[in-house]
Design a protein around this ligand. Structure first.
Ligand code: F6R
Length: 608
């Protein structure tokens, strides 16, 4: 979602800001803008729509100056117009501010400022904050920002400049990520590492309630109440090549094809074949603590919630610990039953999803032990949890999550093994799981080798307007995820159901125009799903089935089949999801959709 970048140093700021915004495009946005200071002159350029429009607008006469801020906005308060785009200025026009997040008490602050004669141009909460900073300004920008933020409720990551102090960037964070990029004779700031990595690998992660003051030759960090904070400098591990598309037409396709390696990377160093166990130091749970867990709650959003559902099947089956899976957005506002014997697992690719972060906060406050299964190193969720496991699947740039999903399932399988081996699971069963897990990367590769088969299928069904996805047991969440992938990038209405639920309502939708994708590997519920397929066929529905080799029964009933290799039942989602990811990708391409940046979606949802 929104992206922040800022620069102070000896170089021209405009190209650095524009490149930073380009690198953050994947997060999703609907307008963009920059503000550059040339001495005491502030030059602001903004445009609604994609970054290319702003590029064209500044082409002939780019803003000149060596201090600047840039922003990509994903509309929350007010539509995606040029006027609502950031940066916004204060009443005097001398202070410019960019902001990620939501200022919850903006209406009350705005009214107070209107009463004092302030005039607002936009509908945004950000402009209100800029005016508030201006209202506190008495010759010291740092103190004006601190005073304004002490009056603010809500989430923010902000970056502020002023014509009165043209060599300074002021940033602050509360709930929305801000990372300082520490350079040599220059400093940067961004909400996302991808905007920094070209310039520096040395970064400082701001924590909530902290501000930083950056100049070309140094920086310092303080709290809103002016206490100095010493912060460690971390090193970014990802390089630019890993963030680029590497020859694939879209990031999503690249990331689907990366799954043999990403799944392997998630497992690397953790599996202990001999003892049928896993070693995950990051969990920070002693054997005694693991034995004391009475209940598990998994909380997440979207695709990560789907992997959580798979985790429930795994944990209950293998470790026999009662497990619930809750949408983070629901968990945070309920009165959940959580105590010191409850383990709460937060799953998040970005590590910045606002609802998941809030759910985690709620769980911690109630005394639960928390674990995070997170991809982005140093992200807020990764830093907030008591322990956890990095997914290590590399940067996921395509808005539709693919490789993070399979890595999440692998991470859940590893956590489950650790829990299960301390409970009822035998050495032999543990070894069986590990051997099956080790085979998965090559099995994924064998599916990807047959991607052209899926492409042909996609061509046949690309004109559908609705689709149903069915699965049973651990493949029910795969049906949900397959449907989500199709709807989010191709805009075809798709629903996922447990296959037997179909006859309780959705069956009414089935006719000869309705593709029904059935996830049906030969597992414990295979016979049941065959009956469900017969019910679809009897109503003229066109079945596309994901099956194991030699499944004559389903092949006879289905319009089309795609074969996946055999693995243990609970690991099948890692294989069955791959053709569904490919299917949604090829359908979307066929329909001319913007696969990597689907409409209305953001990569990292940092607002409620
Ligand atoms: C779907 C998708 C979203 C995310 C969700 C949670 O393809 O990407 O549903 O899974 O917004 O994001 P993270 O995992 O970053 O917390």
């Amino acid at each position: 979602m929104c992206g922040i970048v800022g620069y102070v140093g000896p170089r021209q700021a405009t190209p650095i800001l524009m490149e930073g915004l380009r690198r953050m495009e994947y997060r999703g946005y609907d307008s963009a803008g920059i503000a550059v200071l040339d001495g005491h002159h502030l030059d602001i350029r903004k445009a609604a729509g994609k970054l290319g429009i702003l590029v064209d607008e500044i082409a002939g006469c780019p803003p000149h100056g060596t201090t600047g801020i840039g922003h990509t906005r994903w509309a929350t308060h007010g539509g995606p117009t040029t006027i609502n785009a950031h940066p916004h200025t204060d009443q005097s026009g001398r202070i410019a501010l960019i902001h990620n997040g939501i200022i919850e008490n903006a209406p009350a602050i705005k009214q107070a400022l209107l009463d004092r004669g302030h005039v607002f141009k936009s509908e945004t909460d950000t402009e209100v904050l800029a005016h508030l900073v201006g209202a506190f300004y008495e010759g010291n920008l740092e103190e004006a920002v601190a005073s304004a933020l002490r009056d603010v409720d809500g989430a923010y990551g902000i970056c502020v400049v002023s014509t009165d102090e043209p060599d300074v960037l002021i940033v602050a964070r509360n709930g929305s990520p801000i990372i300082l990029g520490i350079g040599d004779g220059e400093n940067l700031v961004a909400s996302d590492q991808s905007a920094l990595v070209e310039h520096t690998r040395s970064v400082v992660y701001l924590d909530n309630g902290e501000m930083a003051i950056l100049k070309a030759d140094g920086y310092r960090v303080r709290t809103l109440t002016s206490r100095h904070v010493d912060k460690p400098v971390n090193q970014i591990e990802w390089d630019l090549a890993t963030i680029e598309r590497g020859g694939f037409e879209h990031f999503m396709l690249k990331e689907i094809f990366e799954q043999p390696e990403s799944v392997e990377n998630t497992m690397r160093g953790h599996l202990l074949e001999e003892t049928g166990n896993v070693r995950v130091y990051g969990l920070k749970l002693s054997d005694e603590q693991i034995k004391g867990i009475k209940r598990i709650i998994i909380t997440a959003c979207g695709t990560s919630w789907h992997s959580g559902l798979i985790g429930k099947y795994m944990i209950e089956e293998m470790a026999r610990i009662p497990t619930e899976v809750e949408y983070a957005s629901e968990f945070r506002y309920r009165n959940p039953i959580v105590d010191a014997h409850t383990l709460v697992i937060a799953i998040s690719q970005s590590g910045e999803t606002a609802d998941t972060l809030a759910a985690l906060g709620e769980a911690k406050q109630r005394g639960a032990r928390t674990l995070g299964l997170v991809n982005v190193v140093g992200s807020t969720i990764a830093r907030e949890v008591d322990g956890g496991l990095y997914l290590r699947c590399g940067p996921e740039v395509g808005v539709a999550s693919t490789k993070a999903f399979t890595s999440q399932v692998m991470a859940l399988a590893m956590v489950t093994l650790r829990l299960a081996r301390l409970r009822a699971m035998s050495l032999l069963d543990g070894q069986r799981y590990i051997q099956a897990m080790l085979k998965l990367p090559s099995q994924i590769r064998s599916i990807l080798d047959r991607a052209p088969e899926v492409e042909l299928l996609a061509e046949r069904f690309a004109n559908a307007t609705n689709a149903l996805y069915l699965g049973r047991g651990v493949n029910f969440p795969v049906a949900l995820e397959g449907a989500l992938k199709l709807k989010e990038i191709s805009y075809i209405h798709a629903e996922g159901y447990p296959a037997a639920e179909m006859k309780h309502g959705p069956i009414a939708l089935i006719d000869e125009n309705m593709p029904v994708v059935v996830v049906a590997p030969r597992d414990a519920v295979h016979a049941k799903i065959v009956s469900n397929i017969q019910e679809v066929r009897a109503r003229g529905g066109k079945v596309i089935a994901i099956v194991n080799a030699g499944d004559e029964e389903i092949s006879r009933l289905a319009e089309a089949t795609f074969i996946v290799p055999v693995t243990l039942d609970l690991l099948t989602p890692v294989l069955t999801i791959i053709p569904l990811q490919l299917f949604s990708y090829y359908v979307a391409v066929r329909r001319g959709c913007n696969v990597d940046q689907p409409r209305n979606l953001a990569k990292s949802v940092t607002v409620e």
